[in-house]
Ligand binder design. Sequence first.
Ligand SMILES: [Zn+2]
Ligand SMILES: [Zn+2]
Length: 271
Amino acid sequence: MLPIGNLHTHTCFCDGKDSPEEILREAIAQGLDTLGFSGHAYVEGDEECCMSPERTEEYRAEIGRLRALYGDRIHLLCGIERDYYSPLDRGGYDYVIGGVHYLRLDGELYPLDLRADVLRALIREHFAGDPVALARAYYERVAELPEKTECDVIAHFDLITKFNERDPVFDETDPRYLRVALDTLDALLEQDKIIEINTGAVSRGYRRTPYPVPILLRRIAEKGGRVIFGSDSHSKETLLFGRSEAIHLARAAGIGSMTCLTPSGWQSYPI
Ligand SMILES: [Zn+2]
Ligand SMILES: [Zn+2]
């Protein structure tokens, strides 16, 4: 049996719905082996989605309290999802997920995953209408995530494709786009970073397939890269959302194993 877990979990400490304890109880009820919380680390300019430094302390204390109470029933981990623009705090987390959610241009913070029209306006106003120029700016930052965030896992690698299925913002088959995405992926795989197969946009109805798209999954398979499945859950109902379909897709792309964070460290399991 494959271990069942989720390391990409948001709570009411950031932009999620439920408390850590509510989610934890649900995870135990569903028989998860491992649950990791990954609150959004502080980003100056987005007080709505992210945890302030004070709130981050409360978050860590709450997970510590829960670990003392429930730690014998589930492998409970305190992680963090750091953005490219999050300051590095020396929090001593069990793991770090790194992701690019914004571009900061001329001192202004622009979200990439808010709405299709916001992304289109960004391309029009800051990248002379060329989506590949935006993609370059995005993937340049993704490539720097290991250094900027000290992450173990790369979250939602191709987040800028979020709206393309329902309300296309750009053409993902443009060879200029693919070149940038594949080169960035290769660089991360060379550093042996774990690439997350993320079903968050599927559970929220934006997409039918997880990040990254199948062509990128095939590249991970070719390079023998490591993957982890993450629901990017913002409520206790979606803890394992789309997991079996995502495993199926990964297998179809030729990926033969998945990574889990066990009490003895990162381990691979055949899928
Ligand atoms: Zn994220
Ligand atoms: Zn997240």
